[in-house]
Design a protein around this ligand. Structure first.
Ligand code: ADP
Length: 138
C-alpha cells in the first residue's frame, strides 16, 4: 500500500468541486485515510513549492494557493501516487484529456483543481508537511 497527498486547491473549493474530486479517486479504488481543511501560509508554500521559487509566476502561485482554505487529503492504494497523477492529468488543464480531473474541471496552468504528490518519497514528506501524526489512523 502506498500513500499520496492531495490538496484540493482554492479554484476547486470555490467551484464546490471537492466532493466530485474525492469521489473520482474513491471510485477508482483509492482509500480515504485522512482529510482536513486548512489555509496555506506563505511559509508553508515556500517549502511546498521550493522547486518553483525562481519562476516568474511564483508570487502568483503563493497568492492563489493562500487565497482561501484548501482541503488536504491522504489517499492510499496500490501505486497510489501514479494512479492519482493519471486521474488528475497534466499540469496545464487546457492540455489535459477529457475524463481527467484537470481536463474536465480545470481552467489553466495555475487553476488546475488539485495538487498530488509526484513520487512516493515526496508523498511521505508532504503527508508530514500537512498532517500531524495524531490526525492519521495508526
Ligand atoms: P504539478 O502541480 O502538476 O505537479 P508543478 O509542480 O510543476 O506541477 O507546479 C506546481 C503548480 O504551480 C501547478 O500545479 C500550477 O498551479 C502552478 N504552475 C505551474 N506551472 C505554471 C505556469 N507556467 N504558470 C502558472 N502557474 C503554474
Amino acid at each position: 500500500m502506498e500513500r499520496t497527498l492531495i490538496l484540493c486547491k482554492p479554484d476547486c473549493m470555490e467551484k464546490n468541486l471537492a466532493g466530485d474530486v474525492l469521489a473520482r479517486f474513491q471510485n477508482a479504488g483509492l482509500q480515504l485515510v485522512a482529510a482536513k481543511m486548512l489555509r496555506l501560509t506563505p511559509a508553508l508554500l515556500d517549502e511546498h513549492y521550493s522547486h518553483l521559487k525562481d519562476k516568474p509566476f511564483f508570487p502568483e502561485i503563493v497568492a492563489f494557493m493562500s487565497s482561501r482554505p484548501v482541503l488536504a487529503l491522504i489517499l492510499s492504494g496500490d501505486h497510489a501516487v501514479t494512479r492519482v497523477r493519471d486521474l488528475l492529468g497534466p499540469t496545464d488543464s487546457r492540455k489535459a484529456a477529457p475524463g481527467t480531473i484537470r481536463g474536465d474541471l480545470g481552467t489553466s496552468n495555475m487553476l488546475n483543481i488539485a495538487h498530488a504528490s509526484d513520487s512516493p518519497e515526496n508523498a511521505e514528506l508532504e503527508v508530514k508537511r500537512f498532517f500531524r501524526p495524531d490526525e492519521i489512523p495508526a
